[in-house]
Design a protein around this ligand. Structure first.
Ligand SMILES: Cc1cc2nc3c(=O)[nH]c(=O)nc-3n(C[C@H](O)[C@H](O)[C@H](O)COP(=O)(O)OP(=O)(O)OC[C@H]3O[C@@H](n4cnc5c(N)ncnc54)[C@H](O)[C@@H]3O)c2cc1C
Length: 379
C-alpha cells in the first residue's frame, strides 16, 4: 500500500496530451509554433483584465468563415482534448474554431480522478507482466507531467518517495488500519503526484484559447459535416447553436474530432459505414467526508480483490475514492451502479479503521454521491 502526497497545479498555458483524430488532412502548417506567434499569445494572456470575447463575437467568427476563406482548424468537442488542441493550434498562429454542444468540460473531463498522471496505474502491469508497452506509457506520462509541472510549479517540484514505519504511517494517515481483515500493516511508501482541478483546467484551456484568438463556442453542436464537390474531402461543419436553435456553417481546412466517447458519432457523419473504433467503459468515484484522508495526502490500494487499483484522495474539502471500470452504453451522464459503489467501499474499507463507511448524502438510491465518467478503450 502506498500513501500519497499531492501537489496542486493550476490551469496554465498548457496543451492537453490526449489524442484527437483529424478527419481531413490539409495544407495548414502544424509545425512548431513560431517564436513570434508564441510571444504574441503570451503577451495577450499576460494583459491585466484580459477576457475572452463575448459569445456573439465567437459565433460571428465561426459563421464568418467561407469555403474560399476557411479557418485552418475546426475542433469538435470542448473537453480537455479539444480545448488543448485548440489552444495548441492557436499558439502556432493558426486560425482556429472550437464548438462544444454542452458546456466546456461537461463530459469525461470534469469527472476524472484529478491526477496529473505519473503512470502509477500502469507501473504494476509493466513490471509484473513484463509489459514493455505499459512501461513506455509510464515514461511517457512522467515526461509529460514533468513538462507540465515545470510550467506550473516553478521551483515547487515533486519530492522523492520515502518509506514510513507502521507508527509513522498511522500518525501521517490516522484512518489507516494497523490490522485489516486478513493482513497487518508493515509500513507505507509515500510518493508524490500532482492533482488538478480538471474542469477548471479545461475551462482555463478554453478561455486561454479564446484569448489568443480561437473562436470558441459552447452550446454549439456539430450536426453534420460538409464535404467538397467530390464528396471526398471534409471542408467544414453545420453547427446548431443550441441556445438559439439557429444553424450556421463553418468552413475549415482541418476538422479535428475531439468528441471523446461520442467520437464514433462524428466519424459516422463523415462516413455512415465506418466501423466503430472505440468501446466505452464507465468509471465511478464516490465522495466521502473529509476525515477519511488527511490534508494533502491520499491512499492507493494497488491491488483490489480483483486486481484493480483504487485511489482515495482529498478533494475540495472531501475525499474522493475510485475508480471502477465497467463496460457501458454511451451517454452524457452515465449512472453509477450499486455494485460499483460497493466495490469501492469494500476496496478501501479493507485498509481503514473507520467503522461503517458510507459516502456522503446525495444521489444514487440514498447511498451517497457518486460521480461517473466515461473512458474510451481501444478495441
Ligand atoms: C474514471 C476516469 C478517471 C480518470 N482519471 C484521470 C486522471 O486522474 N488524470 C488524467 O489526466 N486523466 C484521467 N482520466 C482521463 C481523462 O479524464 C480523459 O482522457 C479526458 O477527460 C478525455 O477528454 P476528451 O476531451 O477527449 O473527452 P470529453 O471530456 O468527454 O469531451 C468530449 C466533448 O465532446 C462533446 N461533443 C460530442 N459530440 C459533439 C458534437 N457533435 N458537437 C459538439 N461537441 C460534441 C461532448 O459534449 C464532450 O464535452 C480519467 C478518465 C476516466 C474515465
Amino acid at each position: 500500500m502506498a500513501a500519497w502526497r499531492l501537489r496542486r497545479a493550476g490551469a496554465a498555458l498548457a496543451a492537453s496530451s490526449a489524442v484527437a483524430v483529424a478527419l481531413a488532412a490539409s495544407s495548414a502548417s502544424a509545425s512548431e509554433p513560431s517564436a513570434a506567434a508564441l510571444d504574441a499569445a503570451r503577451q495577450r494572456v499576460a494583459q491585466p483584465w484580459v477576457a475572452p470575447p463575448p459569445r456573439d463575437a465567437q459565433r460571428a467568427a465561426l459563421a464568418g468563415s467561407t469555403s474560399a476563406e476557411p479557418l485552418d482548424v475546426l475542433v469538435v468537442g470542448g473537453g480537455a482534448t479539444g480545448c488543448g488542441a485548440a489552444l495548441d493550434a492557436a499558439t502556432r498562429g493558426l486560425r482556429v474554431g472550437l464548438v462544444e454542444r454542452e458546456d466546456f468540460s461537461s463530459g469525461t473531463s470534469s469527472r476524472s480522478t484529478k491526477l496529473i498522471h505519473g503512470g502509477v496505474r500502469y507501473l504494476e502491469k509493466a513490471v509484473f507482466n513484463l509489459d514493455y508497452g505499459q512501461l513506455k506509457l509510464v515514461f511517457h506520462a512522467l515526461k509529460e507531467r514533468k513538462q507540465f509541472y515545470d510550467l506550473v510549479a516553478g521551483r515547487r517540484l515533486l519530492h522523492l518517495s520515502r518509506y514510513y514505519s507502521v507508527d509513522e504511517s498511522v500518525e501521517l494517515f490516522p484512518t489507516l488500519a494497523k490490522n485489516g481483515h486478513d493482513r497487518s500493516l508493515r509500513g507505507t511508501v509515500v510518493y508524490y503526484d500532482g492533482q488538478m482541478n480538471d474542469s477548471r483546467l479545461n475551462v482555463g484551456l478554453a478561455c486561454t484559447a479564446a484569448v489568443v484568438g480561437a473562436a470558441v463556442l459552447n452550446y454549439a453542436e456539430v450536426v453534420s459535416l460538409i464535404k467538397d464537390e467530390s464528396g471526398q474531402r471534409i471542408i467544414g461543419a453545420r453547427i446548431r447553436d443550441t441556445l438559439s436553435g439557429k444553424e450556421f456553417e463553418t468552413f475549415a481546412k482541418v476538422v479535428i474530432n475531439a468528441a471523446g466517447p461520442f467520437c464514433d458519432s462524428v466519424r459516422k457523419m463523415a462516413n455512415s459505414n465506418v466501423v466503430p473504433m472505440i468501446c466505452p467503459s464507465s468509471g465511478v468515484h464516490i465522495v466521502l467526508p473529509d476525515y477519511y484522508s488527511p490534508e494533502g495526502m491520499g491512499l492507493i490500494v494497488p491491488k483490489t480483490k480483483d486486481g484493480r487499483v483504487v485511489f482515495m484522495l482529498p478533494w475540495l474539502g472531501r475525499t474522493v475514492a475510485g475508480t471502477t471500470d465497467s463496460s457501458t452504453a454511451i451517454t452524457m451522464l452515465p449512472e453509477p451502479h450499486e455494485d460499483e459503489i460497493q466495490f469501492i467501499l469494500d476496496a478501501i474499507s479493507d485498509y481503514l479503521n473507520v467503522q461503517g463507511i458510507w459516502p456522503i448524502a446525495g444521489a444514487t438510491e440514498g447511498r451517497g454521491q457518486a460521480l461517473t465518467a466515461l473512458r474510451l478503450v481501444d478495441k
